[in-house]
Design a protein around this ligand. Structure first.
Ligand code: NAP
Length: 353
């Protein structure tokens, strides 16, 4: 798909951080995008990337970025697409500056996720929400645009929820997350806070988990996105796992269904072929594990190169109707790879001209 076109130059905002480093890894060998600029805070700007960045990923820092100078996070940069891995409070000011200056901004931060004209996007789930970008252009008058990725736990939970909602319509969801330490960025939590421990608070997370799946599963009504009418109760916990969020879900369905019907729906759902053709898309985004004790973050987070959601332990729920467990790679599908897939969708749809 479009392999003979020149690559689009890509800037990474927050390139020294946990998610920024993932962007560096993913874009170092991408068929459509190439890294042209890396930005950091005042701490890093002006330094060589290899000096400013404490590389926390498996394998070496890619050679091509080692000597690049880290730039301040302000336009102009030599790029057509800007991947943002900025903290939300910083992104709030910086991302619109880039959009105003004509850049396509693919953001991981929550700063603009809840605006009615800004898509929160997972291509397999809600590509039709790209229609919001026309409203965004009209309303904001930007030459560029902002598209966001959902929060990392939502990125996993929403795959089985999409199938169950489309097949049986979901009325209620009870969600408990066990979230990896890398989700808190680097350096994250002190060892003495998380080792041998579970921390039952991730500031602001439960609100996001109760809202974002409803936005993603919302339907377009003309130019407007109508949130899916389901109630979600979420409890978020930080656990001593490096990468990979585990999510326990119980669901109440509007249409009655047997366990076999629910399982068949989850296994045989037809994910869109158009999205499967994008370079970062997994061929099977939802992997059903039959083993009694799967999915597990250490064993399943890298399914589909970190882009597939693994589910299992489907069983009846004595309070709601059914329950299951999901695992998502939080810094890949839940962050950098998810944003890269969004940029691929925009490219395939002609947004890069
Ligand atoms: P992080 O490790 O703390 O990295 C933050 C990055 O932002 C660093 O590159 C830092 O640069 C830069 N930065 C901080 N303050 C800045 C400023 N004032 N101006 C310009 N740049 C600044 O955080 P992270 O975990 O990568 O998360 C990044 C974003 O992705 C957050 O919004 C987070 O909520 C979201 N997210 C994270 C995950 C995850 O699993 N970690 C998943 C989904 C979404 P310096 O190193 O130079 O200070």
């Amino acid at each position: 798909m479009e392999t003979n076109q020149p690559k689009v130059k890509a800037a990474i905002l927050g390139a020294t951080g946990m998610v920024g480093q993932r962007f560096v890894q993913l874009l170092s060998n991408h068929p459509w995008f190439e890294i042209s600029a890396l930005t950091g805070s005042d701490r890093s700007a002006g330094r060589k990337y290899s000096d400013a960045c404490y590389w926390r990923q498996e394998g070496n820092m890619p050679d091509a970025v080692r000597d690049m100078q880290v730039l301040p996070a302000v336009p102009p940069v030599n790029a057509g697409v800007v991947f943002s891995a900025l903290p939300a409070d910083i992104a709030r000011d910086i991302e619109p500056e880039f959009a105003r200056a004509g850049y396509i901004v693919c953001s991981n931060s929550s700063a603009y996720r809840y605006e009615e004209d800004i898509p929160v996007m997972i291509p397999e789930i809600n590509a039709e929400h790209l229609a919001l970008l026309d409203e965004q252009k009209k309303k904001r008058g930007w030459d560029g645009l902002i598209i966001t990725s959902p929060n990392c736990t939502t990125s996993g939970a929403v795959f089985p929820l999409k199938v169950l909602n489309e097949t049986f319509r979901i009325e209620k969801v009870f969600l408990v997350s066990m979230q990896a330490v890398s989700g808190a960025g680097y350096p994250g939590l002190p060892y003495l806070a998380i080792a041998d421990n579970v921390v039952p608070l991730i500031e602001g997370e439960e609100k996001k988990l109760e809202l974002e799946p409803r936005l993603l599963l919302g339907k377009m009504n003309g130019k407007e996105r109508i949130s899916a009418p389901m109630t979600i109760s979420a409890q978020a916990n930080r656990v001593a796992v490096s990468d990979g969020h585990t999510i326990c879900l119980s669901v109440k369905l509007a249409k009655s269904a047997s366990l076999e019907e629910v399982k068949a729906a989850l296994i045989s759902y037809a994910w869109p072929d158009e999205i499967k053709r994008l370079p970062s898309a997994p061929q099977q985004p939802l992997v059903y594990r039959e083993e009694a004790d799967r999915p597990q973050p250490r064993l399943d987070r890298n399914a589909g190169s970190g882009m597939a959601i693994s589910i299992g332990r489907l069983r009846p729920c004595p309070i709601l109707d059914f329950r299951l467990v999901a695992v998502v790679h939080n810094t890949l599908r839940g962050a950098a790879s998810g944003s890269v897939l969004n940029a691929e969708l925009l490219k395939a749809k002609g947004y890069f001209g």
